[in-house]
Design a protein around this ligand. Structure first.
Ligand SMILES: Cc1ncc(C[n+]2csc(CCOP(=O)(O)OP(=O)(O)O)c2C)c(N)n1
Ligand SMILES: [Mg+2]
Length: 560
């Protein structure tokens, strides 16, 4: 309850401060540990979504951070709430996403007694976050929250955890608010840009790789203009496909798991690699094999907002500490050479990409996930958003879907299962007008599937396309390769997912033939309810390019 004596509770100061910093959505699972903060949401301009599991609340907050570039916010209770949420914190860490998690804490006078659900948050989250702290004095909330927004967004963005002792949230003090926060841009130097100009003029076969965070629609547009002027082939790194229009004539493809061999050959043959925003970590670097470490055989220009990332793995010929947003606008000042030595290469690269992704490969079984992806890319509007978690099913998204707009793909570079559905909740909340499709595996979906209830509660018409192969398929694939025929802990017995959706008050349909997918999808959209389209996938169809039996036979052959 607000009073008019000039004082506010810690909870009120906190929520006022979040609203002032521009927060409009937050996700939570409630707990008695932070009731005073919950109460302050009452009547505030921040829409609070209550979830069924803290991993959903944290992943949804991460997805908001990923899409908006400003910290996504979640509130969870102490001990078990915080540990349940840790998967989302880890994603924010690996994916360089700004996020702030507020977590309840025991009263100040009880600390260090191992009181009910007490945790030392600095110790538990210290290695996973950019900053983990606890607020002791409500008068310092404006300062610490402002610090948290800056810390989450500065340099290489990441998560911040703030613990809130219960009695600190109810204490009343008079304190002024801090001013609204704006992220600090990191501009490249003039010398950086003129050195880059010289390197580009000397290059014979350059290629750009783009990834990471701190992008924007404007930055993507600026990069596209640069690519056009320089006729430069541009590839996107693992799960960052939405940064470049897949149908743009300079798009060279997706450098992730199982990439186009022609793209890999192009990158290996390049004499200059312009890496903007990404870290070239394990997945895009093909298990750290693409470039020598620490001295790449290819001239590398590495542009990254985190000063610590430059020279961390790869030594570059030119290291530029800049955010992609600032760097891309500085690219407008660069001039292409009069004679572009690599003229025509971007067209070839794009043709290679189109050929690699054009038609679904043949796979065993009556439902071809590749054909479903081709249908979706041809029938969804360009601004539709695809979300997913982790599993082999995602290989078909990367290969056959074509992302055309900023934020059209929201997925974890960290490979965290269960991410797709919470991200879909977040995207439908942020962008109610954009169609949101969550593509999930059977294993993947059930990691956060209980939050189908949340989508029903908030009437979020998300369509889940659920690829059910009755397997933890990715792990079975590795298992058959390393221990052929010794199947253990990778078979799944699944529910009737269409009935599951109906039981929650959504819509569900079973699809057993590719040809039935369009009608099921249209029906799901027509109901305007959260929906699950349950695709029965043959377990043999393990990747777009091979079968489970082929992997097993090859491994057995190799062992004899
Ligand atoms: C949270 C989490 N737990 C475990 C894993 C390891 N893992 C990676 S993929 C996978 C199986 C995914 O199964 P499913 O969603 O059914 O997709 P499929 O591979 O069968 O297409 C597992 C267990 C992970 N990446 N994340
Ligand atoms: Mg599966």
């Amino acid at each position: 309850m607000r009073s008019n004596d000039g004082t506010r509770s810690g909870g009120e100061i906190l929520i006022d401060q979040l609203a002032l910093h521009g927060v409009r959505h937050a996700f939570c699972v409630p707990g008695e540990s932070y009731l005073a903060a919950l109460d302050a949401f009452y009547g505030s301009p921040i829409a609070l979504t209550v979830c069924r599991h803290e991993s959903t609340a944290a992943m949804a907050a991460e997805a908001v951070g990923k899409a908006s570039g400003r910290p996504g916010i979640c509130f969870v209770t102490r001990g078990p709430g915080a540990t349940n949420a840790s998967a989302g914190i880890h994603i924010a860490r690996q994916d360089s996403t700004p996020m702030i998690m507020f977590v309840g804490q025991v009263a100040r006078a009880m600390r260090e007694r191992d009181a009910f659900q007490e945790l030392d948050y600095r110790a538990v989250f210290g290695s996973m976050t950019k900053w983990a702290t606890e607020i002791d004095d409500p008068a310092r909330i404006p300062e610490i929250v402002s610090h948290a927004f800056h810390a989450a967004c500065s340099g290489r963005p990441g998560p911040v955890v703030i613990a809130l002792p219960e009695d600190m949230l109810t204490e009343r003090v008079a304190v002024p608010d801090a001013e609204a926060f704006e992220p600090v841009e990191i501009w490249p130097g003039l010398t950086d840009m003129s050195r880059l100009q010289k390197m580009l003029w000397a290059a014979k076969r350059p290629v750009a790789l783009i990834g990471g965070s701190r992008w924007s629609e404007a930055a993507c547009a600026a990069l596209m203009r640069f690519a056009e002027r320089f006729a430069l082939p541009v590839a996107t790194t693992f799960r960052r496909g939405h940064l470049f229009d897949a149908l743009h004539p300079c798009y060279a493809g997706d450098l992730g798991i199982g990439p186009n061999p022609k793209l890999l050959a192009r990158i290996k043959a390049a004499d200059l690699v312009l890496l903007i925003g990404g870290r070239l970590s394990e997945m895009p670097s093909q298990g750290y094999t693409l470039f020598d470490i620490p001295e790449p055989q290819t001239k590398l220009v590495h542009v990254h907002p985190g000063a610590d990332e430059l020279g961390r793995v790869y030594r570059s010929a030119l290291a530029v500490n800049a955010s992609p947003t600032a760097f891309c606008s500085a690219l407008e000042g660069l001039q292409p050479p009069n004679e572009i030595a690599w003229k025509g290469e971007s067209d070839i690269a794009h043709a290679d990409y189109l050929a690699w992704t054009e038609t679904a490969t043949k796979v065993p079984g009556a439902v071809n996930l590749g054909a479903v992806m081709v249908w979706l890319r041809e029938n969804l509007p360009a601004d539709a958003i695809i979300t997913n978690g982790a599993g082999n099913f995602a290989g078909w998204i990367h290969r056959f879907y074509r992302f055309r707009k900023y934020n059209a793909h929201v997925a974890p570079t960290s490979g965290s299962m269960g991410y797709g559905f919470p991200a879909a909740i977040a995207m439908k909340t942020l962008y109610p007008e954009r169609p949101v499709v969550c593509v999930a595996g059977d294993g993947d979906f059930l990691m956060t599937g209980q939050d189908f209830a949340t989508a029903v509660q908030y009437a979020l018409p998300i369509v889940v396309v659920l690829a059910d192969n009755s397997l933890y398929g990715t792990i079975r694939m590795h298992q058959e390769r390393e221990y052929p025929g010794r199947v253990i802990a990778t078979d799944l017995r699944n529910p009737d997912f269409a009935a599951y959706a109906m039981a929650f008050g959504g819509y569900g349909a079973l699809v057993e033939k590719t040809a039935d997918f369009p009608a099921a999808f249209a029906q799901a959209v027509a109901t305007a309810k959260p929906s699950i389209i349950h695709l029965k996938i043959d377990p043999e169809a393990i990747t777009p390019g091979t079968t489970l039996s082929a992997i097993r036979e090859k491994a057995l052959g190799g062992k004899h």
